[in-house]
Ligand binder design. Structure first.
Ligand code: DGL
Length: 283
């Protein structure tokens, strides 16, 4: 119980950043670099990661629990730094859950800001989307991209092993080479005219070095961190009623549903700054 409520002692007004595991740290890194003055609380549901192959209901339930926990710890705004959660849970949380609350708390995802921008990267107008099985199956990317860039040709490839590689820190070596090469070859076979490849899973930028080994130099590799950070800044500028609720002491707090010492070691590596987390139980 002590651990569960530890963060409530911290000030209110934080920005919560959520992912199934370590991947959201790639987004948090970009957000913190762009907006260093705010206070952040990162939550990785490492104990239940990966989410990619889980059912719609499971991802919704887990994401809702995470959002509720972040709200209970003083977050006014939560960014789902997870495509799978954004694809399977965000809309329902925004439409069914938030209206029941009597406050201004908000939840944002990563798919909308990305799809609003992706058309600006491609010259051939052929784009490849690399994501989890859940994200690909949801068809969220082709549907959203069609709203903003109806002339783009979009191909998708599910890369179920990539999240495992990241969660277990196998970013390079034979295993990573094998699976990354396989998925890159497949998407380029589906559409050889692709000149822009979107990493539509926040874990995947950690595999960038290996991905580039198998990607023709003319294909641009797009990660979401910088895009999401830029759109968040714009969102806060347009929504002063939210921005004024946020505290600005430059604090970063971390929580994981799995072992904190393992999380600290991995997260420090991935985030680039020293990470000290707390183990938390969400339900
Ligand atoms: N990093 C997440 C995403 O962007 C989740 C990956 C997973 O848990 O399978 O989709």
């Amino acid at each position: 119980m002590y651990l569960r409520t530890l963060y409530t002692m911290a000030t209110t007004g934080k920005i919560g950043v959520f992912d199934s595991g370590y991947g959201g740290l790639t987004v948090l890194r970009s957000i913190v670099d762009r907006l260093p003055e705010y206070d952040y609380l990162y939550l990785g549901d490492n104990a239940r990661a990966p989410y990619g192959n889980r059912s719609f209901d499971a991802v919704y339930q887990y994401t809702l629990e995470a959002v509720e926990w972040l709200f209970s710890q003083g977050c006014e705004l939560v960014v789902l730094a997870c495509n799978t959660a954004s694809a399977k849970a965000l809309r329902q949380i925004q439409q069914m859950h938030l209206p029941l609350r009597k406050d201004h708390k908000r939840v944002l995802g990563v798919i909308r800001p990305t799809t609003e921008n992706i058309g600006n990267y491609t010259k051939t107008k052929h784009v490849g989307i690399m994501g989890t099985a859940g994200t690909v199956k949801s068809n969220s990317y082709p549907m959203e991209i069609a709203k903003f860039f109806p002339d783009l040709v979009v191909s998708q490839e599910a890369c179920p092993m990539w999240v495992y590689l990241v969660e277990h820190n196998h970013l390079e070596g034979e295993g990573a080479d094998y699976f990354v090469h396989q998925n890159i070859s497949r998407i380029l076979e589906k559409d050889p005219m692709i000149d822009t490849l979107l990493l539509a899973c926040t874990h995947y930028p950690l595999l960038e070095k290996t991905i580039r080994k198998f990607l023709p130099v003319q294909v641009k590799l797009v990660s979401q961190g910088a895009i999401v950070a830029e759109r968040l800044e714009d969102y806060l500028f347009r929504h002063q009623e939210i921005a004024t609720l946020l505290s600005r002491n430059g604090n970063r707090l971390f929580a994981t549903t799995d072992d904190a010492s393992i999380f600290n070691e991995q997260a420090t590596l991935f985030f680039g700054d020293s990470v000290v987390s707390q183990h938390v139980i969400l339900i």
